[in-house]
Design a protein around this ligand. Structure first.
Ligand code: AMP
Ligand code: MG
Length: 414
């Protein structure tokens, strides 16, 4: 076991090669999933002005104390304040202003009485002539139904901080402060090469003995789900000339990372090793991990290179362990993976390597039970489809009885 590199050591060595990419400017409608590269400071207060949170009547609260359902208080209406207008005068003492939700509170008023607590009729398009007076059926307290200036966001406040992944929530806030352009980290560009004499693209005809290339599609989807963009190169046959041509055309796309899959198992590695050694350099690592012991890491030209195993589950799991953190580092994203403790639902045998087993999580009686998703063959991709996460069986453990607490790395939820 000692000649195998631990997952943590391998990751630590690789991550030294990655720093966040330089920022670029985008418009707000391109912002979903992008990562802010600097703090956003609000140039405005939100609300920008005190406004009504209900349709009703702006009043001076102290003038309404006698209003009750049985003895409504009738007051003259001296102003009408539809949304989108701004009251130029202050509210005359002893009068009220008809006001719409979101419309500015006039100076002098300090509360809003909702229309439901008056005798007024209100249609959505209240274009009818303003009644002369209104009967208030309830007294107001100061501040009732008023949204104060700056109650959500204050001028000068950091409203979204650097390194935030922008979701609908942040995008809404940025629009509310009128922020149309943003600096975000550039998306990592990743070139993906599948190697193998048996592989056929999904658009081509399968012959006996051949299989479809699934890795380049699954890996491209993973790259994109962590904020990268991809180029999938044509499948390379297991020859030095074909693999070399594939890496050279990968370089033409000016990628930040090059990934290949397959051809790193013992015996098969020579082709890839020969090519990469010619174009850059390669370290071949045997990692204390299951699935996915063999992994190549190095450079193609100056570009960081990951040679992942060919088995589809191994390719996805090693991507999650090693490539995802590299992409996240480039993209300015957190490297953390949501991890929970779960109770194993069955006896599990392992081989002493750190193992990442596909599990479904079932929440029962306040705890998560982790059930293996059927066969754990590294060729069985549906075990990934069914999985909520990867159960981590530590190194040097060969048997885990049912009922053991272990950690589970959650897989993405979309
Ligand atoms: P290798 O690393 O070349 O020994 O491949 C290991 C296993 O992964 C073999 O069963 C291959 O057929 C399979 N494999 C390799 N590349 C791919 C791919 N791109 N898509 C699906 N399966 C693959
Ligand atoms: Mg092969």
């Amino acid at each position: 076991m000692s000649n195998l590199l631990s997952v943590d050591t391998a990751l630590e060595r690789m991550l030294k090669d990655f720093q966040p990419l330089s920022p670029e400017e985008i418009t707000l409608d391109e912002a979903l999933g992008r990562v802010l590269s600097s703090d956003i400071v609000s140039p405005v207060n939100i609300p920008a002005f005190a406004n009504a949170s209900m349709d009703g009547f702006a009043v001076r609260a102290e003038e309404t104390t006698s209003a009750q359902t049985e003895f409504p208080l009738s007051l003259p209406i001296s102003m009408d304040i539809p949304a989108g207008t701004f009251p130029e005068k202050s509210l005359s003492p002893g009068t009220v202003a008809r006001i719409m939700t979101g419309a500015p509170i006039p100076d002098g008023a300090n509360a809003v009485i909702p229309v439901e607590l008056t005798d007024a009729f209100w249609t959505i398009n209240a274009q009818e002539t303003l009644p002369e007076s209104v009967a208030l059926k309830q007294a107001a307290r100061r501040g009732d139904n008023i949204r104060l200036i700056g109650e959500d966001i204050q001028i000068g406040q950091v409203v979204i901080s650097a390194d935030t992944v922008l979701r609908a929530e942040e995008i809404g806030v940025l629009a509310s402060i009128g922020r149309g352009r943003l600096l975000v980290y550039r998306r990592p560009r990743v070139a993906i090469v599948s190697t193998g004499d048996e592989l056929v693209d999904i658009h081509d005809q399968l012959q006996r003995g051949q299989i479809y290339d699934s890795n380049s599609y699954a890996l491209a989807a993973l790259v994109e789900s962590y904020g990268g963009t991809c180029v999938r190169l044509p499948i390379a046959r297991d020859t030095v000339s074909d693999v070399r041509a594939a890496f050279l055309s990968a370089l033409e796309h000016d990628p930040d990372i090059i990934i290949s899959s397959a051809g790193v198992s013992v015996g098969a590695f020579d082709v890839v090793r020969t090519v990469i050694n010619g174009l850059g350099r390669v370290d071949f690592w045997k990692i204390n991990v299951r699935p996915g012991k063999p992994l190549a890491y190095g450079r193609v030209g100056e570009v960081p290179y990951f040679g992942l195993p060919g088995n589809p589950v191994s390719a996805m799991v090693t991507f999650d362990l090693f490539v995802r953190p590299a992409i996240c580092r480039l993209a300015g994203r957190s490297l953390d993976v949501p991890t929970i403790m779960a109770t194993t639902g069955e006896d599990i045998y392992s081989d002493g390597r750190r193992s990442y087993l596909r599990v479904r999580l079932i929440h029962t009686d306040g705890e998560y039970i982790a059930h293996l998703t059927g066969t754990q063959s590294s060729g069985a991709l549906t075990s990934m489809v069914k999985a909520d996460g990867l159960l981590v069986v530590p190194e040097d453990v060969k048997f885990v009885p049912a009922g053991t607490q272990l950690s589970v790395r959650k897989l993405r939820t979309f």
